[in-house]
Design a protein around this ligand. Structure first.
Ligand SMILES: [Zn+2]
Length: 72
């Protein structure tokens, strides 16, 4: 549900102008969606970085354990 940022009237998703105050709402309301998309991308990147670090730690541990076993 869209809401007019000027007067708070509820609008249809495809409304370009607010029927109550006549304010243009299409461009202003795209910003939160862009932010949501950015959040999704940053969350995805965070998940990817955590996954990558986890794999890296597992590899380091495996290498460490491997050298420990080789020394014995
Ligand atoms: Zn309005």
């Amino acid at each position: 549900m869209k809401i007019c940022p000027t007067c708070g009237t509820k609008l249809d998703e495809d409304d370009i102008f607010c029927p109550e105050c006549g304010a243009r709402v299409d461009k202003k309301l795209k910003t939160p969606f862009e932010k949501q998309r950015m959040k999704k991308i940053s969350n995805f990147l965070k998940g990817f970085i955590i996954f990558f670090l986890f794999i890296l730690i597992v590899f380091i541990l495996l290498a460490f354990v491997g050298t420990m076993i080789a020394r014995r």
